[in-house]
Design a binder for this molecule. Structure first.
Ligand SMILES: Nc1ncnc2c1ncn2[C@@H]1O[C@H](COP(=O)(O)OP(=O)(O)OP(=O)(O)O)[C@@H](O)[C@H]1O
Length: 258
């Protein structure tokens, strides 16, 4: 098995008396898609917060590509190639869709900064031209090229989520965290988003960690599923293994013990 690109070791998070994560060990292989499921309050969001750097674990470590990133900021992690989308799409509403995606690329790639802009340095202008070409490619990949010049504020939810996806992948990530990306969408919007996520996976080859309530999506698209219950990792395995797992059926699907 290839070395894990993301590695959680004994990750515990306590909120006072509540143990939101309890000594969780989890590995994500390069290119793998891993779905995280579990009932409300199981610890899914807390897990994402620890991986993306929004929350430091009470104890335990997070490794990325062989480096301990437990104390690294979310910004550093994003630059390293660990990206996250949020349930509430986070775009600059006053910029065009294209400029929103360009801003993510500039910010992570070091755009030459304010002085470069001010002096209109030729190298900076070339770089911006190249970057705009890349942005256009990514807008195509995400199916939102027709929205390029539209203001990003007030877009339909499905499009706003695709803009956020484009921002996350414009410089290809090693790991993409998708937090309930289809929540609040109707079936048609969700199907479009899922097909674009598939296209992104094929193009970038990135590993994905998904929180998703849509079980069809999870079972149909994930290589593996990890089940959290009251902060503990109850089970992990292929979709078929998880669907057949008696503890999972009891805890998650509410089945009576046999
Ligand atoms: N900031 C916080 N302060 C106190 N307790 C918290 C905090 N954040 C989460 N918790 C608690 O930690 C536990 C795990 O919460 P978390 O939000 O990670 O679960 P979840 O699986 O994402 O739930 P949901 O599916 O409802 O979003 C819950 O008991 C929750 O009440």
């Amino acid at each position: 098995m290839p070395e894990a690109v993301l590695q959680l070791r004994n990750v515990t998070v306590r909120f006072g008396g509540v143990v939101a994560l309890d000594a969780v060990n989890l590995d994500l292989s390069p290119g793998e898609t891993l779905g995280i499921i579990g009932p409300n309050g199981a610890g899914k969001t807390t897990l994402f917060d620890v991986v993306s750097g929004l929350r430091a674990p009470t104890s335990g470590t997070v490794g990325f590509d062989g480096t301990d990133i437990t104390r690294q900021s979310p910004a550093t992690r994003a630059r390293l190639g660990l990206r996250r989308t949020y349930q509430a799409a986070q775009v600059f509403g006053w910029l065009s869709v294209e400029d929103n995606v360009l801003a993510a690329l500039e910010w992570r790639g070091g755009g030459g900064g304010f002085v470069g802009d001010l002096l209109r340095l030729p190298a900076r202008q070339h770089r911006e031209r190249d970057r705009r070409v890349r942005v256009r490619e990514v807008l195509e990949l995400c199916g939102i090229a027709d929205y390029a010049t539209r203001n990003a504020g007030g877009l339909p939810l499905g499009v706003a989520r695709l803009v956020e996806l484009a921002r996350a992948i414009v410089d290809p990530p090693a790991v993409l965290l998708l937090d309930e990306s289809t929540s609040g969408m109707d079936a048609d919007q969700a199907a479009i988003l899922i097909s674009r996520i598939e296209a992104v996976r094929t193009e970038t080859g990135c590993a994905m960690l998904l929180i998703e309530h849509d079980m069809e999506f999870i079972v149909g698209r994930c290589d593996r599923i990890a089940v959290l219950d009251s902060g503990r990792l109850l089970a992990q395995g292929t979709p078929a293994e998880i669907q057949a797992h008696p503890d999972v059926r009891r805890a998650y699907l509410g089945e009576a013990a046999a």
